[in-house]
Design a protein around this ligand. Sequence first.
Ligand code: HEM
Length: 217
Amino acid sequence: MHQLANAGNVRACVDQPAEWQVCKLGGIGEGGMYGLLNAALKEFVVSTYGNDSWQRVAETSAPGIVSFNKMAPYPDALTYAMVTRACEVLGESFETVMFGFGEFWVRYTDQQGYGPLFEIAGDSLRDFLLNLDALHVRVGRSFPKLEPPSFRFETVDGRTLRMHYLTRRKDLCPMIPGILHGLSLRFKTALEVTQDTCARKGAAHCEFVLVFPEACA
Ligand code: HEM
């Protein structure tokens, strides 16, 4: 059970929502996060836990925001504040909330009209993952200020890839197993995921070991 390494600072942001832009979330980048992701977080909480839960999350972490402009960037600190508050309101660990959100992200982006990008990026789960950076490059055509993560892969053996998750943001890595689970359902391909190193525990970046079924080798 891990809480955000910098949860104290995030709570300070929750207490002072008007100060999002000056929140010091140790190590988290200076840029913004497109509202698409924040809108997805809201939709995830509403559809999974109900609207009342979302209202409780929003009243302190995103006061005054009725809906997010999906095409506009918001401070990263807002996203962190909402996730931190969601964990408190829902009584769930950060890992649980972020896993669920990651899985939801796959369905949400599909529903929001980005499904064709999934089709273009690969016929198999393995090919799709290898094309993740190209996918975000395409996404960047609609979101010019996008600061996407980057994923590098090493082949360990015929069934196994080592995935390096590179981002200027900290603490979002628990979303990755959730996204991978959502993708595994979408591509109807079983996938074993183990996190090997973690930036939240002092590693340079997070690494995941992905084991595909024999037939995908
Ligand atoms: C067509 C589908 C997708 C769209 C439209 C999309 C779009 C976005 C957008 C708008 C952001 C916010 C970043 C920013 O505003 O700077 C983001 C972040 C992110 N995306 Fe994607 N994405 C898609 C698929 C994926 C997939 C399949 C993964 C798989 C791992 C992924 C991993 C992430 C992660 C981990 C972040 C958090 C930001 C970070 O790590 O720095 N996305 N994406």
